[in-house]
Design a protein around this ligand. Structure first.
Ligand SMILES: Nc1ncnc2c1ncn2[C@@H]1O[C@H](COP(=O)(O)OP(=O)(O)OP(=O)(O)O)[C@@H](O)[C@H]1O
Ligand code: SF4
Ligand SMILES: [Mg+2]
Length: 339
């Protein structure tokens, strides 16, 4: 397997995902879900992972934490967390990383909670295990965290069951439980998608506030670019199981270079001033059993040439900026003309 991606390195890196390939065995063939994904997350940084459905965002999170389903495997690459390749750890070592070092917050808070156990039962054991404290102290930490994420009457409500909480409150419980373990990195996979819009904003505010207070890094997975614009320092744009563009959030929004990033930004109504309707990206997301050769975006790209049937490397084009496209010059010249 040849690697053609150049890798961004940084002295303050916390998580360094290097050229990972994750495949799934299925009845219809091998699904090449991740095809050489590289990116990093630094200390105290909020990073957005964006891209259309099926581009490999959740598979990336599961590959990092090694919680892939049985038919999936990271077949190549490295995942360095504080300099240690997680893919080489034993399962017991990995269990101490999950939760204590890297916490994961899912989209659907209900499926992450056990309906027949009280919140106390679901928080105390895990806090006491990971923090090495007795049950009484663990309960105190739980209540303190519940208060910190804005759950009223936490002392009483800790004895309630998941169904006694609203969706937004359940997600707050999960944030409280995740952060009570004092992780350095929180991976939030579409943490607010299942919630209604006003609650979404509240939950994101809590995540941001807690992130700043506790000094942790955030990997925010979402297809919502508005959420990314407001909540992240840097973005890694995924397409068809690869990173196609990376850079500081502000720079990517102001000056996107990859034709897919441009199309993605144009799909936000407010970005295309005066259009008043949601633009859609022509073509469909690539099928990953027989993916397009070379640049996986080529069947949808108006700049496509013969050269694009080879794989474009992810190249550095400026400070912290990377793009995988053979025709960036043409793309930029075109954008200049039309602005
Ligand atoms: N258990 C599995 N077996 C086979 N293929 C899988 C499995 N899980 C994921 N995939 C495939 O891997 C690819 C990436 O999936 P992933 O769940 O990471 O997408 P995503 O970017 O998180 O999308 P969404 O925005 O819809 O959550 C998809 O093509 C998906 O079909
Ligand atoms: S490499 Fe070619 S097909 Fe891919 S985005 Fe660039 S111009 Fe389009
Ligand atoms: Mg997903």
């Amino acid at each position: 397997m040849s690697s053609e991606t150049t890798h961004p390195t940084h002295e303050d890196v916390l998580l360094d995902v290097r050229d990972i390939y994750t495949y799934f065995r299925t009845e219809s063939g091998v699904v090449k879900a991740l095809d050489g994904v590289s990116f990093d997350i630094r200390n105290n940084e909020a990073v957005g992972i964006v891209g259309e459905s099926g581009c490999g965002k959740s598979v990336t999170a599961k590959s990092i934490l090694r919680i892939l389903p049985k038919n999936g495997e990271v077949v190549a690459g490295e995942v360095y967390y504080r300099g240690v390749n997680l893919l080489n750890l034993t399962e017991p070592q990995m269990r101490t990383v999950r939760g204590k070092e890297i916490a994961l917050l899912f989209q659907d808070p209900l499926s992450s909670l056990n309906p027949v156990l009280s919140i106390r039962e679901q928080m105390v054991d895990v806090i006491s295990l990971h923090r090495g404290v007795d049950e009484e102290e663990a309960a105190e930490i739980a209540v303190k965290m519940m208060k910190a994420v804005g759950i009223p009457e936490a002392e009483q409500r800790i004895d309630d069951y998941p169904h006694q909480y609203s969706g937004g409150m359940r997600q707050r419980i999960l944030i409280a439980r995740a952060l009570a373990l004092e992780p350095r990195l929180l991976i939030a996979d579409e943490p607010t998608t299942a919630l209604d819009v006003t609650i979404q904003a509240q939950v994101l505010d809590i995540i941001q506030r807690m992130r700043k207070e506790l000094g942790l890094s955030l990997m925010l997975i979402t297809h919502n670019l508005g959420v990314v614009a407001e909540n992240t320092d840097r973005i890694h744009v995924f397409y068809g199981g690869r990173v196609v563009e990376s850079g500081p959030t502000r720079d990517i929004f102001k000056d996107p270079h990859h034709p897919y990033t441009i199309a993605l930004l144009e799909s936000i109504p407010s970005f295309v001033k005066g259009k008043g309707r949601l633009a859609t990206i022509p073509g469909s997301v690539p099928q990953l059993i027989n993916p397009p050769s070379g640049c996986r975006f080529h069947p949808r790209c108006k700049y496509m040439t013969e050269e694009c049937k080879k794989r474009p490397p992810l190249e550095k084009i400026g400070k912290d900026r990377y793009v995988a496209c053979f025709h960036v010059d043409k793309v930029l010249a075109d954008r200049k003309k039309s602005s």
